[in-house]
Design a protein around this ligand. Sequence first.
Ligand code: 5GP
Ligand code: ZN
Length: 118
Amino acid sequence: MQKPDCIFCKLANGEISTAMVYENDQIACFKDASPQAQTHVLIVPKQHYHDIEDLGRTAAGRDDAAAVLAAVPEIAAILGVGDSGYRVINNCGSGAGQTVFHVHFHLLSDPKLKDKLV
Ligand code: 5GP
Ligand code: ZN
């Protein structure tokens, strides 16, 4: 199900056009509008889930979560970061920095990430 007025529902389902890095029937991947690393994309289920807890709550959500994981290596290869390494991050809740309440996974790659603790 999509949520009216959800920006990521609209982006992931083509209601607002964006350059897709990768797309299949379950998920979409597009560039972050405010990149925090040399490579910074968002991997987003096409169905609306509020956050990672909501994603894990149903069988359909867990299937979409599996689709995200399955696409990660392909997306990393498309972006040319499969060998250099990358980080996948989910922020759950405003206290952890979640600002868009349609679950999404940041995929980041940058030499500077190597020096960070987590
Ligand atoms: P969060 O802070 O919720 O984990 O991440 C939200 C991310 O979405 C931020 O990195 C922000 O730059 C990105 N973002 C917010 N609005 C848009 C948008 O309209 N288009 C794109 N491509 N990214 C967005
Ligand atoms: Zn949504």
